[in-house]
Design a protein around this ligand. Structure first.
Ligand SMILES: [Zn+2]
Length: 463
């Protein structure tokens, strides 16, 4: 058995791991690199693993940093099955065509502005490539054991990160038998909407995410979460401003609405129009409703009482560009728009419109990767460049980490305490350098005899 690391090494994007066992070559996740330029350039290099040489791809969850490179692999010759949970498959039907659209748009923009040394600048992949990818998706429910080769199987377990998110457990018979568990992104305990991360008791080899390996989140229901959002909404409404929430369309947007609904029901905030300005988010809401198998007890209880848990009293889904532009005339509102790190999408024109006015508030509710516009705003930038023009930041900027979809290090340690024996090796991935080192020292400090590795890009291990 052999394991290669081709992404998410000392960074949080581009997840790609090659597992070779039972005569099979399997890629776990096929993510797009995002953020810093050096990383993004990797998207354009020849793939480190020849797509046509793979037997299958298995996905932990639908986020683009885990799936956004699939269309490029398909356009370069991959034609095997892509296994994912049913909810992940449905979310990818929304996310991948949108990713193709964004790639085409970026290429058009570069051509128009003559920003590329290539003439014409080509997209990394097209909507057509993304559509072609969908035919290879194979849904597989949680818990079902799937045989890849005689004596070599895998199954999905709920990871509690977003709808459809899973750990992947591979098992190879033999002496000794071997289990390899990939966490993808680990979610949180007692979060709204979806199940908690499943307990795991053993794995011979563990590939563990470390996004928040050196940080603790604020309390979701208290000062670092719900209370903070309440204060921002109340203060902004009082001064006649608008609250702008850059958010991933899938997961974050639904959770933010869930919490805004609670705040309204508890009369903690005024009832304001809430615009969900992302056609993709609107589609994602339907997938969230459809997948009852993903819902936790609280979500089921609220649904049974006849309330839609994911709508506030005045939620409006905005699909067309005209409707989106019309929101500019609206004050005293809440706008949720994608994307979450403000690197592209409709959020940009809202930022252009809202940043220069001190009555407004910008609220970040998800992780901001290094090199993104979201990160500079969160770090207190006085101005930001959008489409080549500098805009002053006069709106107040807030970071609420209590709503994160990733467990912080204490939650990851809680999950690791479920292990009955130390894995033979634990590989840390999906964390920026400080976070990943932080996670390593936490594990070494709390667990005796655990061997922890931080793999480098393109590093190979015999298991
Ligand atoms: Zn994720």
């Amino acid at each position: 058995m052999r394991l290669g690391f081709y992404g998410a090494t000392r960074t949080v994007t581009g997840s790609k791991f090659l597992l070779e066992a039972g005569g099979q070559r399997i890629l776990v996740d096929c993510g797009l690199f995002q953020g810093l330029k050096d990383l993004r350039l990797r998207n354009w290099q020849a793939p480190p693993v020849r797509p046509g040489s793979l037997d299958s791809i298995v996905l932990t969850h639908a986020h683009i940093d885990h799936t956004g490179y699939l269309p490029r692999f398909v356009s370069q010759g991959f034609e095997g099955p892509i296994y994912a949970t049913p909810a992940t498959v449905d979310l990818l039907k929304i996310l991948l065509p949108d990713a193709g659209h964004l790639q085409e748009e970026e290429a058009r923009y570069r051509n128009r502005k003559k920003l590329s040394k290539h003439h014409p600048a080509l997209p990394l992949y097209t909507i057509e490539d993304a559509m072609a990818t969908l035919q290879f998706l194979r849904p597989l429910p949680y818990g079902r054991v799937h045989e890849l080769a005689p004596g070599f199987t895998f199954q999905f377990l709920p990871a509690g990160h977003i709808l459809g998110s899973s750990f992947i457990r591979f098992h190879e018979e033999g002496t000794p038998e071997k289990t390899v568990l990939f966490t993808g992104d680990i979610g949180r305990y007692n979060q709204p909407i979806i199940h908690d991360p499943s307990p795991v008791e053993r794995a011979d080899f563990l590939v563990l995410e470390s996004t928040y390996g050196n940080r603790l989140h604020g309390d979701r229901n208290g000062k670092g979460g719900k209370d903070q959002l309440r204060d921002v909404v109340v203060q902004t409404a009082r001064r006649g401003g608008t609250v702008l929430i850059p958010s991933f369309a899938v997961g974050r947007a639904q959770e933010v609405l869930y919490i805004l609904r609670e705040l309204e029901e508890e009369n903690q905030i005024p009832v304001l129009p809430v615009f969900v300005d992302s056609p993709m988010a609107a589609d994602a809401f339907e997938v969230f409703h459809a997948h009852g198998e993903e819902h936790d007890l609280e979500m089921i209880r609220i649904k049974k009482s006849g309330i839609n848990p994911l709508y506030t009293r005045n939620t409006r889904f905005v699909r067309s560009v005209e409707e989106s532009k019309a929101i500019n005339n609206q004050s005293s509102a809440i706008i949720i728009s994608a994307n979450g790190m403000a690197t592209g999408g409709r959020i940009l024109h809202h930022l252009i419109h809202r940043l220069p006015d001190e009555r407004n508030a910008i609220v970040f509710v998800g992780f901001q990767a290094a090199g993104t516009r979201g990160r500079s705003l969160a770090d207190g930038a006085q101005q930001v460049k959008i489409f080549g023009i500098d805009y002053p930041v006069r709106a107040s900027v807030h970071v609420i980490d209590g709503f994160s979809a990733h467990g912080d290090y204490s939650e990851i340690l809680r999950w690791l305490r479920g292990f009955k024996a130390a894995p033979r090796k634990t590989f840390l991935v999906h964390g920026e350098p400080n976070a990943i080192e932080g996670m390593k020292s936490q594990i070494v400090k709390h667990f005796e005899g655990w061997q922890v590795e931080i793999p480098e890009y393109e590093q190979l291990y015999e298991l």
